[in-house]
Design a protein around this ligand. Structure first.
Ligand code: FEO
Length: 388
């Protein structure tokens, strides 16, 4: 396993997790990488590590450049174990190294490791460490993704090692976004934002304001591809995502028992289609909630439909409602619908939750048993009237 050069004397020494398909609820169909970076200067620096079960791969890549015992600094930008899980192994090899982290990083890492056994340096925003020709500068990015998150900026290389921010879950041999294609990588970055960072829009805005003061040519995150040609484009995309903006777009999310709620979903779909509004149909049985969130992130209208089972919503919808409540998109307009035999509590619960989440409810449409053609036409007309 070889290190890959990303800049003069700066190497990717991360690992590729070809098998990872789930990241606390996020379906990662393309796998992922955990990116660590090795900087060779008068002092030798390792920025971040990898999940523990892939540690030997990272160490192999480091050894292809230097003896790991020569490492002077190990920077932990984020204490989550996909980036800090191999700290014990690397600190054991690099016995003279100093571990560098934020104040919250120290607090969190102490919950996992015996930090008193290692040399430690705690840093805050604007602190710098000179390593020879380079100065490493630190930018705290609280809640992007955890309270301890920070980025490391190398002025001389105009390089931001951003940790989770700007990452994507893609396992690939390629290291730079242009080698795969900007649109593909941007889509995965959007999915990553929608599922990991959407709840932290304000903190992301704060981080963007901070990093916009830096001269950046390359962004090397801790997951996926490095932004080489499109560093400024991904900052712009994050600015858009984190302002919780949306476009004229609808996502219809539903589940169905005997097809009646699906018929209602299609009648609503028809209304958007006839109004020439971009519309997507997501059946909870066939679309994963993390893919649905990628569609929700820039949609003005969220239409949610569910029948009633055992006096409540279907479990698939309960899972989606729990997920969207946590990720907390704001300022959306909602239509709630559902067919039921008796009771109808499922759709009512969805409506109550979306109201609680701050959604404006444009309509609440229910039906008993099977909707006939007249009912379906009236649904389409009603939705079109609302949109007019
Ligand atoms: Fe990639 Fe928040 O860890």
């Amino acid at each position: 396993m070889k290190a890959k050069k990303i800049k003069e004397n700066i190497y990717w020494v991360g690992v590729i997790d070809w098998d990872m398909r789930e990241f606390h609820g996020y379906k990662t169909q393309k796998g992922s990488t955990y990116n660590a970076y090795l900087i060779i200067d008068e002092k030798i620096v390792l920025v971040d590590t990898v999940r523990n079960y892939l540690c030997s791969e990272m160490i192999d890549r480091i050894k292809s450049i230097i003896d790991p015992s020569k490492i002077d600094y190990v920077i932990s930008n984020h204490s989550e174990m996909d980036h800090s899980g191999s700290l014990p192994e690397i600190m054991n090899l690099a016995k003279n190294a100093t571990l560098v982290c934020s104040t919250n990083g120290e607090k969190n890492l102490r919950r996992h490791f015996d930090l008193d056994a290692w040399k430690l340096k705690v840093v805050k925003t604007h602190d710098e460490i000179n390593i020879g020709k380079r100065n490493l500068q630190f930018v705290l990015m609280q809640m992007v993704h955890w309270p301890d998150s920070m980025a490391t900026y190398i002025k001389e290389d105009k390089l931001l090692l951003s940790n989770d921010a700007f990452g994507q879950h893609i396992a690939s041999y390629e290291r730079f976004e242009e080698e795969i294609g900007f649109d593909i990588v941007l889509h995965e970055a959007k999915k990553y934002y929608a599922n990991i960072l959407l709840a932290y829009n304000k903190q992301t805005q704060k981080a963007i304001n901070e990093i916009e003061t830096l001269d950046i040519e390359m962004i090397a995150p801790s997951h996926g591809l490095i932004w080489q040609k499109h560093a400024k484009d991904i900052i712009k995309a994050y600015d858009y995502f984190s302002k919780d903006k949306y476009r004229e777009k609808a996502v219809i999310i539903y589940d169905t028992m005997w097809g009646s709620t699906k018929k209602m979903a299609l009648a609503i779909y028809k209304a958007f289609d006839e109004m020439d509004i971009h519309v997507e149909l997501k059946n909870l049985k066939t679309s994963h909630i993390s893919d649905i969130m990628t569609s929700v992130i820039d949609a003005k209208y969220i239409c949610v439909g569910v029948p009633t089972l055992n006096n409540t919503m279907l479990p698939t919808m309960a899972s989606f409602m729990n997920y969207i409540t946590g990720l907390a998109p704001q300022n959306r307009k909602a239509i709630v619908f559902g067919s039921h035999g008796w009771g109808g509590q499922g759709a009512k619960e969805v409506e109550a939750q979306l109201k609680k989440n701050g959604f404006e409810i444009l309509d609440f449409i229910t039906n008993e048993y099977v909707p006939d053609e007249n009912k379906l036409s009236s649904i389409t007309k009603k939705v079109k009237d609302i949109l007019s």
